[in-house]
Design a protein. Structure first.
Length: 67
């Protein structure tokens, strides 16, 4: 496995974890959901952006350097 493979796997796992926390906040409801849902959604979008950038960088690296 290359460094990009490991980084992409870590980023995808981070997205899944943040998504899980967001779903938990949604189902819990009440004050907890009001104070955390929006923050968790913004965090998930940011982590997803990082994951997509890492994925695209890894694909570019493999296409230009072989592998």
């Amino acid at each position: 496995m290359t460094v990009f493979d490991i980084l992409v796997l870590v980023a995808v796992a981070a997205v899944a974890i943040v998504l899980g926390f967001g779903l938990y906040a949604l189902f819990r409801g009440g004050d907890y959901a009001r104070s955390n849902s929006n923050r968790l959604m913004r965090l998930r979008v940011g982590v997803q952006a990082v994951a997509v950038v890492l994925l695209m960088a890894g694909l570019w690296w493999k296409s230009t350097h072989g592998g």
